[in-house]
Ligand binder design. Sequence first.
Ligand code: PLP
Ligand code: SF4
Length: 453
Amino acid sequence: MNHHVKPPVDPALLEHRNLRAGEFWRAVPAYEHVDEKTFLDHIWQGRKSVKTPEELFETIGGIVDPTFLEDAKEGFRRAPMAVRVSPYMIASIDWTQPYEDPIRRQFIPVASKLLPDHPRLTLDSLHEQDDAPVQGLTHRYVDKALFLPLQTCPVYCRFCTRSYAIGPDTESVDKASVAKTPDMWKDAFAYIASRPEIEDIVISGGDTYQLAAKNITLIGESLLAIPHVRRMRFATKGPAVMPMKILTDHAWTDALTGVVEHGRKLGKDVVLHTHFNTPNEITEITKQAMDLLFARGITVRNQSVLIRGVNDDVHRMTLLVKRLSWINVHPYYVYMHDLVKGVEEMRTRVQTSIDLEKAVRGTTAGFNTPLFICDAPGGGGKRDIHSFDYYDRENGIVVYSAPSVKPGQSFLYFDPIDTLAPDAQARWAVPALQEEMIREAVARAGGKVAALA
Ligand SMILES: *Cc1c(COP(=O)(O)O)cnc(C)c1O
Ligand code: SF4
């Protein structure tokens, strides 16, 4: 026998192919009598989404510990982000372990787990509004722009970067305005047409799942008509949280296909960007939806957020990457969790991302290996996680620079304080020491921070 031959594969290594199938939703009391046709109906999914503690109680009251429900009720009250969870997501949560479940953590807040915000946290930490020449358009990088045509999503993620703007106002946040009507979009199109350097448009939101088919066509065709626009991405969380829409909302899927095909005729690249965070979000329904897009020649890429207790361990991150590859979705980015209000318990250290990158690389094709990045707070843009100028691991201060975006400035990311050693935590409790630690880190990085007081 040739000693170079690999030993037989452990079946556990093929776990990424075991997708949840069958009528799994019937385990949820409220969906016990829901047949497949109804469950796959995107209108039913939207209508039955859980938005209040009362609806949560009606849906899963029979199978979950009452203390959890009380905790969630208080969590809803304190959350900066509105709650909206699709039945598909509700049915994908393991309600016997609601505290640990990675899908529950993303969408349903519980008061007992909340931590104080980091002292350096500000609303709109990415300064998207500072780089907005017209309402609903962020132009930060020279050749690409981010278009935010609407403010709603099929679900609301607790950790949303744009919690300053997305979703209805909540008890703790009045939302900023993004462009919301076809009339307001005209200003964004006119700006893009006036800037010949822009080749690439990200259409996000909110979420393009919420755009009516006719508006997918309107936006797509308006942008395709601008000669210098060569690339477009429609961004949506939809495939992760409501994949059935692709199968049953024929008008929406056909409108997207129409823009992709017209783009192809014009020699322009139109793709879909989505946002899966855990392997548990990917079921047989997802695979059917992605197979349909693949058959139509639509490229799908994925952008995950690294979240504590959700995907911050090697097993789950590797499984996610391999499962995405299995359904022909390219893992593109894994973002550091932004410094967002009210979700400090969801952030991880930068070191966690560095360690995960090392573990994931080599497990599958290089083109299916995501880039681990930090979108530098303060508007520095996306940076390779390893490319910091200095990392004070003791105090959790990471210094990046972005010579092609904002030359001469430094940008800071902060590890969550509760993950630091007790003496470092004590230093963060003293405002004067905070300034000193930050100045020291920036000086060691050899940089300067524009916004530092
Ligand atoms: C992320 C982002 C883009 C797209 O960046 P890529 O690295 O090309 O994916 C464009 N504009 C803004 C403001 C962004 O945040
Ligand atoms: S779907 Fe995207 S934009 Fe909407 S709440 Fe989630 S992260 Fe934010």
